[in-house]
Structures are given as structure tokens and as C-alpha cells.
Write a protein that binds this ligand. Sequence first.
Ligand SMILES: C[S@@+](CC[C@H](N)C(=O)[O-])C[C@H]1O[C@@H](n2cnc3c(N)ncnc32)[C@H](O)[C@@H]1O
Length: 235
Amino acid sequence: MKLSARLEKIVGLVDKGVRLADIGTDHAYIPIELLKSGKIDFAILSDINKGPLENARKEIRRQGLADKTDLRLGSGLEVLENGEVDQVIIAGMGGILIADLIEKKLGLCKSLDKMILQPMQAQEDLRSYLNKRGFSIIDEYLVGEDFRIYEIMEVRYGGGTQDIDDIYYEIPTKLIEKKDPLLPDLLDKKIRENKSILEKLERSSQGQETNKAIVDRKNIVETKLMKLEEIKTNI
Ligand SMILES: C[S@@+](CC[C@H](N)C(=O)[O-])C[C@H]1O[C@@H](n2cnc3c(N)ncnc32)[C@H](O)[C@@H]1O
């Protein structure tokens, strides 16, 4: 089985010999790769939906990995008991949902030695939530695949809440420091998105120059665009 670049990166971030949970496992490609290569020898696979979990079960049986896995139906980390696993992967869901799943099992998440998170959207909301709750983002990675840029985070509890300018929830300093080769593409994407929001706001504000909500929103987007352009100039 040839893994996609995104899945391969996630697989590479799991440490050798850990007890792993893959939350929202769907096709189960991540734990299958880790178990088959011998990097880990036990994984809990969970999904909230029966269909994906049954797909995972079929694939696990086909690969002869049933005795190394435990498949559980349920939402987020609620399928886990404290101390059962060392590391958790939550990949392919929205950032707000991931934050919500962590919040529901905060104590358990604080005790993990690592979470590997790959939000599909609202990455900035997830980073802001993690900081508010005292989690540190140990490292950040970008993976380009099929004209998309995926954002992957390695997270651990500790380090306290930092005072961070909101722009660094969108463009993390770790990626700037590392001069990630995909960072210019990520910045261009964010600049395009914000320009498009600004154009829409300008169209909808015509004749409503005194509408405070629109004026405030425009100011926020203009400031964000300025900061994005500034980062782009300095990388
Ligand atoms: C897009 S797939 C991602 C599959 C795989 N993790 C990946 O990254 O390729 C999202 C999966 O998350 C599951 N899911 C959605 N909400 C969930 C929740 N609250 N708890 C557990 N699984 C959930 C869905 O059923 C689906 O199988």
C-alpha cells in the first residue's frame, strides 16, 4: 500500500514502540502502516460512524492485524480510558471539531506524551484553543498534495499560555523559523482568501459606509492582510 504524502508524514511522527490511538481512523491506513512496519505493536482504532469502522475492521483482518488492534465505535477520545495509550492521532477533521474533542477529554489529553493533529480547516482556531489550554505545539509541518497544503502539528501539554499575536495562529512561527519551503504558498493562499473577503465586504458595504459591523470587519481583514504581506516580505 502506497501512502499519500500527508499520511506518510503523520506515520513518521509517531514514536517507536508507543501505544497509539487513531481517532477517526476511517480506512485505517495510518495504524496499518505502523503495525506492518513493526514501528508499533498495538493500536486502538476508533470512528464515530459504523461504516468507516467496518471498513477499518475489514482492512485490519485482511492484513492479519486483528490481534494487535482494538476497534471502538464512538466520538473522539471518549472511547479511551486514562493511561491506555501514549500518543493519539486526530487527522482529517476540522480544527474546531478537534478542539472540541480535546476539550471533552482534557485530563486524558494532558497526560499524553504527544498528539499528532492534522486539521483540514480552522487551523488558527485549533492553535488558539491549544495555547489557551496550555498545550505547546512542539513542531509544525506543511505537506503539499493534490494542489492542497496540509498543516500537521505535534502537540504536548505544558509550557503555559503564551501571549501570541493572532497572525501567528495562521502562520506559525515554527514554520517561519524553519523557512518551510511551502510557507510562501501558504502565505499566498491566505492573502488570496483575505483579498477575496475584503472585495466581498467592499461590495456589500456600498452605500453603507456607516455600518459599524462592516467597517470593523473590513479593518480586521485589512490589518490581517498587512501582517501577511509583512511576513511574506521578511521570509
Ligand atoms: C476525512 S476522514 C479522515 C480519515 C483519516 N483519519 C485520514 O486522515 O485520512 C474523517 C473520519 O473522522 C470520522 N469522525 C468524524 N467525527 C468524528 C468524531 N467526533 N469522533 C471520531 N471520528 C469522527 C469520520 O467518520 C471519518 O471516518
